[in-house]
Design a protein around this ligand. Structure first.
Ligand code: FAD
Length: 476
C-alpha cells in the first residue's frame, strides 16, 4: 500500500528516517509543500529560499533515480496544508503519511493540524526524530525540566548517547521502488519559481544545493580542516569551519552523517582528537537550541529567554541600525562582517557574535531587529540557532553572556584577524593601509580612504549598555 513521505527541512534521500521507514512498508511517493509567502512571513529571505528551491530540483532528480515521484503542492500559508495533504492522500489512495519532526512553534501547530485532519480520514501518521539525536523531552534535568544551560545539556547528551549508541546509526538505504506495471504511473510536479518580488539572491555557485554538494563539503572539511578546527574556527580569514550550516538547516545532510564521519575518524564523539570533538560540540549547540524551542516556547514568540530582560530600554536608532546593516559603522571588523553577510548569505560564527554584540550593546538596539536582518540574509537562517545566538549576544538568552562582558570590536579584530586580511578583503577602502591601521585607522586615514568615523565611542557605548542592564530589576 502506498506510503506518502512529506519532506520539509530534510531534503535528502540518504539517511532520511521517514523516507527509509516508509520505503520498508511499500511503494513511496514524496511530497513537498513549498510555502514561500509563509516563509517570507517567518523572515526568510531570498538567499535561503533560492537555496531551497534549487535543493528541490536536485531532490527531484535524486528521487527519480529510485522511481519515486515528487509531488509539489505550492501553498501560500501553513493553514492550507492539512486540506491539500488530505486531498492528495485521497486521490492517491495513500495508506500512511510519514514525516520527520520539526520543532519551531508554527511548524508544530501545522503538524498538529495535519495529524487531526488525517485522523478524520483514517490515514495513519508516522513521525520520527531525525533532525537531532534526541527528541525534545528525552533529555531533562534531574527535576524533569528542560535544560536552560548548554554544558549540562551536552554532558547529558553524550552520556545518553553512549547508552543508546544505536540512535546514531544511519537510516537504512532506500531501495528503488519497483514500477508497478499494472498501476497508473504517478506524475511528479514542477517546482514553483520564487515569488517575483523577492530580492536577487547571492551568486548560486557559492551554495551548490543538494546532498552530493553537502557530502563533498563534509569530506573536504574532514580531510583538510577538522583536526585543526579548534585552532582555526575563530579565524575569519581562514576557511577553518565546515560551512555546512545551510545544508544542515535544510537537511541536505543529516547531523548523523556528520557524527558518523567523526566516529569513523576518531572512534568517539567525546574523547580523542581535540579538533573533531570541538566540532561535535558545535553540532550539539545546534541540537540544544532545538530543544529550547520546545522547552521554552516564548523564544518562538519574540520573547527573551531571560524574562527580566523584557524591560530593557532598547534605543530607537534607525540611523545606527542602517549603518550596521550596510557595514559603515566605522569599526572595520564589524563592517567587514556585515558586508560578508550581505554579499555571501553567510557570516563566520566569531563575527556573528561580534556584530550581534555591537548592535545590542554598543548601539543598544533591540536584538529582534538584528535577528530579523540576519534571517533575511542568511542562507542558513534557522529560528533555533539564530534566536539562540542573538539572545546569547544580547545577554537575554540561555547561557547569556554576562551583560558586562562586552566585546571590544577593535581588539577582537586584532586578535582573530591579526593581519587584517579579512578586513582588507571585505572593506577594500582600507586595503592599502598597513595591517595595524586597518584595525585602527586614524582620522586622516579614514578621510583619505573614504571610510567613516566610528558611529559610537567604544568606552562611552559600553558604559551606556552597562547602565541599561543595571537598571533592570533582577528575578524572573
Ligand atoms: P561549523 O563551525 O562547521 O559548525 C558545524 C555546525 O554546527 C554548523 O553548520 C551548525 O549547524 C552548527 N553550529 C555551529 N555553531 C553553532 C551555534 N553557535 N549554534 C547552533 N548551531 C551551531 N547557525 C545556523 O545554522 N543558522 C542561523 O540562523 C544562525 N544564526 C546565528 C546568529 C548568531 C547571532 C550567532 C552568534 C550564531 C548563529 N548561528 C546560526 C550559529 C553559527 O554561527 C553557525 O552555525 C556557523 O557559523 C555556521 O558555519 P559552519 O557551518 O562553518 O559551522
Amino acid at each position: 500500500s502506498l506510503q506518502l513521505v512529506w519532506l520539509r527541512s530534510d531534503l535528502r534521500v540518504h539517511d532520511n528516517t521517514a523516507l527509509a521507514a516508509a520505503a520498508e512498508r511499500g511503494p513511496v511517493v514524496v511530497v513537498v509543500t513549498p510555502c514561500y509567502p509563509q516563509w517570507r512571513q517567518h523572515g526568510h529571505g531570498a538567499n535561503k529560499l533560492d537555496f531551497l528551491r534549487r535543493g528541490l530540483h536536485v531532490l527531484q532528480q535524486a528521487l527519480a533515480g529510485y522511481h519515486i515521484p515528487l509531488k509539489v503542492i505550492d501553498c501560500d500559508t501553513f493553514a492550507e496544508i492539512p486540506e491539500v495533504l488530505a486531498a492528495l492522500c485521497a486521490s492517491l489512495n495513500v495508506a500512511a503519511l510519514h514525516f520527520n519532526d520539526e520543532y519551531a512553534i508554527n511548524e508544530q501547530i501545522r503538524d498538529a493540524a495535519v495529524r487531526r485532519r488525517l485522523a478524520d480520514l483514517d490515514i495513519r501518521l508516522h513521525h520520527y526524530t531525525d533532525m537531532i539525536a534526541f527528541a525534545p523531552g528525552e533529555l531533562l534535568t534531574g527535576k524533569g525540566d528542560y535544560y536552560g544551560v548548554f554544558t549540562p545539556f551536552s554532558k547529558r547528551w553524550h552520556k545518553d548517547l553512549v547508552a543508546r549508541r544505536l540512535k546514531l546509526a544511519p537510516a537504512p538505504g532506500v531501495q528503488a521502488t519497483p514500477l508497478d506495471p499494472h498501476g497508473q504511473a504517478i506524475q511528479g510536479d514542477a517546482i514553483p519559481p520564487l515569488p517575483h518580488d523577492l530580492p536577487v539572491p547571492v551568486d548560486a555557485s557559492l551554495w551548490p544545493a543538494g546532498e552530493d554538494a553537502a557530502q563533498e563539503r563534509l569530506e573536504r572539511f574532514m580531510t583538510f580542516r577538522a583536526r585543526r578546527y579548534h585552532e582555526q574556527r575563530d579565524l575569519p580569514a581562514t576557511r577553518g569551519t565546515s560551512e555546512l550550516s545551510a545544508y544542515l538547516a535544510l537537511g541536505m545532510i543529516s547531523a548523523r552523517q556528520c557524527y558518523a564521519a567523526v566516529l569513523a575518524e576518531n572512534g568517539s564523539l567525546s574523547d580523542g582528537d581535540v579538533g573533531l570533538t570541538a566540532w561535535v560540540n558545535e553540532l550539539i549547540w545546534r541540537e540544544f537550541y532545538q530543544h529550547i524551542l520546545i522547552g521554552f516556547p516564548r523564544v518562538n514568540r519574540h520573547r527573551p529567554f531571560q524574562r527580566h530582560t523584557e524591560a530593557l530600554a532598547w534605543r530607537d536608532d534607525d540611523a545606527g541600525f542602517d549603518a550596521w546593516c550596510e557595514g559603515r559603522t566605522g569599526y572595520p571588523l564589524v563592517d567587514a562582517a556585515m558586508r560578508q553577510l550581505t554579499s555571501t548569505g553567510w557570516m563566520h560564527n566569531r563575527l556573528r557574535m561580534v556584530t550581534a554584540m555591537f548592535l545590542t550593546k554598543h548601539l543598544l538596539i533591540d536584538w529582534r531587529r538584528g535577528e530579523a536582518f540576519f534571517m533575511e540574509h542568511l542562507v542558513d537562517g534557522e529560528l533555533g540557532a539564530n534566536n539562540g545566538g542573538w539572545q546569547w549576544a544580547a545577554s537575554t538568552g540561555t547561557d547569556a553572556a554576562p551583560y558586562f562582558r562586552i566585546f571590544n570590536p577593535t581588539t577582537q579584530g586584532e586578535r582573530f584577524d591579526k593581519d587584517a586580511e579579512f578586513i582588507a578583503s571585505l572593506v577594500p577602502e582600507l586595503s592599502s593601509l598597513p595591517a595595524k591601521r586597518r584595525h585602527q585607522p586614524s582620522d586622516e586615514d579614514r578621510h583619505a580612504c573614504g571610510y567613516p568615523r566610528p558611529i559610537v565611542d567604544h568606552k562611552a557605548a559600553r558604559l551606556r549598555a552597562l547602565d541599561a542592564f543595571k537598571a533592570l530589576s533582577k528575578g524572573n
